[in-house]
Write a protein that binds this ligand. Sequence first.
Ligand SMILES: Nc1ncnc2c1ncn2[C@@H]1O[C@H](COP(=O)(O)OP(=O)(O)OP(=O)(O)O)[C@@H](O)[C@H]1O
Ligand SMILES: O=P(O)(O)O[C@H]1[C@H](O)[C@H](O)[C@H](OP(=O)(O)O)[C@@H](OP(=O)(O)O)[C@@H]1O
Ligand SMILES: [Mg+2]
Ligand SMILES: [Mg+2]
Length: 343
Amino acid sequence: MASSSSSSSNRLRVGYAFPPNKERNVIRPSLVDYAKLHGVDLVRIDLQTPLLHQGPFHCIIHKLYDDAWAEHLQDFALKNPDVVVVDRPDLIARLYDRVSMLDVVSQVKASDSGVRIEVPKQIVLKQEDGEIDSIRDLDVKFPVIAKPLASDGSAKSHEMSLVFNRRGLKDLDRPVLLQEFVNHGGVMFKVYVAGEESVCVKRKSLPDVAETEEELEKKQDGAMKFSQISRAEEKSEKCNGAEKKEAEEIEMPPEKIVREVSNGLREAMGIRLFNFDMIRDGNGTYYVIDINYLPGFAVLPEYEQFLTKFFKEVAEKKKKKKVEEDDSAIEDGKAKPRCCCFQ
Ligand SMILES: Nc1ncnc2c1ncn2[C@@H]1O[C@H](COP(=O)(O)OP(=O)(O)OP(=O)(O)O)[C@@H](O)[C@H]1O
Ligand SMILES: O=P(O)(O)O[C@H]1[C@H](O)[C@H](O)[C@H](OP(=O)(O)O)[C@@H](OP(=O)(O)O)[C@@H]1O
Ligand SMILES: [Mg+2]
Ligand SMILES: [Mg+2]
């Protein structure tokens, strides 16, 4: 067993701010122990005490849907530029709305010009749009997935419907996002990203819809409700034989595409800890349909190594950037040259 190999001076202190259930899910004892052995101390942040009275921290990770916390953290970050905040609350906020969430996908380009990375066609149905029958042209083709516009961590924000025809739109709470359903073989790719590293896993998804629009129009049940189907596999621990076979038949995306989409989204959003859901249609086009901030990394095999490596890289990058900034200040005569005497 490796012993803790770093003196207190170069140990990294990573503060975390999570609700209790999230803390249980991400900061597991196995992560705390592994990180400690590799020079990283994970420290719970007391949400009732100002950050300035806690620490010192090299890095802060957090996932709280709380405006007061976001404001306090932004203020702390301004006063403590040497602490790496992962990630800036104002950048995470784009993920709380399912339209702004996916706007960034247009900035993602695969190096292979034959590979298309898209978002399904989608519209927002607002309260003021009036009765469904009064809207002549919906601009989207059925079936659609109806998703709450707000993605705010509430159970309600995951309550969705697969909608087959206009009848299925009538009872939806608004504002609601209507995103065209893309047939993708019943298996979805969930890609976990921590900085420059990404891991792609397969997850259970909705089955293909074979009916034509005309046949869908005749369905009496205009919609089918569901929620967080991609975690269904986790809940049931295993699929039935047919679903297992289906999952095995769907090929994983090439690693190059996973890496390029992960890096493209990270750079476009400016955030470093997230996952995204991607599906592939029968023509080989990829669609990014969901992006989640700081998801349940603990489901990944060896997640302890995955996250600890990220923390160390973040701190290393910050240290390197600080040295570069100090060097340029010395060159510009804005700071005294470093003392070269030996202690
Ligand atoms: N446009 C689409 N076409 C086909 N299937 C879709 C589409 N959008 C969503 N789905 C299916 O519905 C599931 C839930 O959609 P989405 O991931 O947007 O919801 P979510 O509640 O944000 O999920 P998560 O738990 O990952 O945060 C997806 O995992 C996928 O199986
Ligand atoms: O299967 P994953 O790891 O994607 O499950 C995530 C889910 O995608 C969302 O990110 C959830 O966060 P909210 O969108 O804020 O609900 C995560 O829930 P959390 O309570 O762990 O943050 C799921 O882990
Ligand atoms: Mg999802
Ligand atoms: Mg989501």
